[in-house]
Design a binder for this molecule. Structure first.
Ligand code: SF4
Ligand code: SF4
Length: 430
């Protein structure tokens, strides 16, 4: 007997209609669930990469991520090769702070139709003034900068909207109740950013922002030189406060501790000290050469750290960075290197990391580029023909510096830029 046998014809039709509707709704729900799942899992985790959960966002990310520093001087084809290779080999997290339209467009092209696979932290408060990148809290500029990012990445959302560089307590205080902060919150309410984060080089400020409860992710400069914790000691143990190397800021320890306890993820910049400085005993403030594996192991040893970002400019170099995932415990062990008698604490101040956070210069000088060329010349002990040509090609030169000091206020690493410009003008002749 069919279950409809006792149902009158009209009621039976209604019943059938009801069942059809139900089936349709279920199918639609199933499809949408599948679609949602597809979006959340369109990236296939690679067995060769370690993945961690990005704090309270719940996102799963590979521990080694891409910074955008490597995209400065490459073309779109190289960008596509690089991003494709990175995704295919397990990297699914990327920072994009650079406002340079060329860099953003190249990354957009590099991502192609794989944007959904890459989890992107994009910055709010950096824009391109036509000549250089600028840090700003001006909402109109922030809007233009952020919309430009979406357009160039061919997307309608950014996974983590990073409030761009807060390095001074007064900067953070100044945006309380401001249009800037409201704009960030509005972006989240509109779904244009899925989570709120912040970038900072200052532990005190980062800690204050963490405690505000607003952010789920903090991009922070972290490495063995910046930390200056006695090797092998647990920085989360209060007893370690007594044994830190001279100069270390205990607030850093408090920051890591707070983030760990409150499930705030730290994504690391300057993993190798800015450029590859910590890999070179001559340049390292620790006076000993660490390996990439040791630097990665050091930062990833902290439970709040989810991703170590690095600048890579070519697909052929990706494996060099991903070797970390296959490295032996001996290769990763940084304790021995940091315990060497030659390893010394140093302020770490004074060396340029070529990050361009000091821009814009009223004289139009590309400070990062001038400093890089100066460092290269000093390292080589001469100005080669190649360096001279590169320097000549710059739109403005060190001798254009008007010694205003604006760059030094913005530099997170206390680089004496005015002195550097004087030195560069002397070394290159203008
Ligand atoms: S001077 Fe400072 S802010 Fe400017 S590029 Fe160098 S490290 Fe970055
Ligand atoms: S001190 Fe010189 S390099 Fe720095 S912002 Fe002023 S003009 Fe530019």
């Amino acid at each position: 007997m069919k279950f409809t046998d006792n149902i009158p014809p009209i009621a039976g039709k209604r019943h059938t209609l009801l069942l059809s509707c139900l089936a349709f709704v279920c199918a639609a729900l199933l499809l949408s669930a599948c679609d949602g799942k597809k979006k959340a899992s369109s990236f296939q985790e690679n067995p060769d990469m370690e993945y961690r959960t990005l704090g309270s966002t719940g996102l799963r990310v590979g521990v080694i991520g891409l910074g955008c520093g490597g995209f400065d001087d490459i073309d779109s084809a190289t960008s596509r090769e690089l991003v494709t290779y990175a995704l295919d080999h397990g990297m699914n997290y990327m920072d994009i702070y650079d406002a340079n339209p060329k860099v953003r467009s190249n990354i957009g092209y590099g991502l192609g139709d794989r944007r959904e696979e890459m989890i992107i932290q994009g910055h709010i408060g950096c824009w391109w003034n036509g000549k250089s990148y600028e840090r700003t809290r001006d909402v109109e500029k922030c809007k233009k900068g952020f919309e430009d990012l979406l357009t160039r990445l061919h997307t309608d959302y950014i996974d983590i909207g990073m409030m761009h560089i807060f390095d001074k307590v007064e900067d953070w205080q100044a945006v309380q109740g401001s249009d800037y902060l409201q704009y960030v919150k509005d972006l989240k309410a509109q779904g244009k950013i899925k989570h709120i984060g912040v970038s900072s080089h200052n532990a005190e400020v980062a800690l204050a922002i963490a405690k505000s409860g607003l952010v789920e992710v903090i991009m922070f400069s972290l490495n063995p030189a910046f930390d200056r914790v006695v090797s092998g000691k647990n920085p989360w143990d209060p007893a370690s406060f007594e044994e830190m190397l001279p100069g270390i800021d205990p607030v850093r320890v408090e920051l890591y501790d707070y983030c760990t306890r409150h499930n705030i993820a730290i994504t690391v910049m300057k993993t190798f000290g800015g450029g590859d400085r910590l890999l070179d005993a001559e340049k390292s403030p620790l006076k000993t050469a660490l390996t990439r594996e040791q630097c990665f192991a050091y930062v990833l040893a902290k439970p709040c750290v989810t991703v170590a970002l690095c600048s890579i400019d070519n697909a052929s170099k990706v494996d060099e960075y991903l070797h970390y995932n296959k490295a032996t415990d001996e290769e990763k062990d940084y304790n021995a290197a940091l315990s060497k008698p030659t390893a010394q604490a140093s302020t770490g101040d004074g060396g340029c990391t070529y990050c361009s956070h000091c821009a814009p210069c009223p004289a139009g000088i590309d400070i990062a580029k001038v400093n890089k060329l100066l460092d290269k010349a000093n390292l080589a002990g001469e100005v080669s023909a190649e360096l001279a040509t590169e320097y000549k090609a710059l739109a403005h030169h060190a001798s254009d510096c008007i010694q205003c000091g604006a760059c030094e206020d913005r530099c997170p690493f206390n680089v004496p830029v005015r002195e550097k410009m004087k030195e560069a003008a002397k070394v290159f002749g203008y």
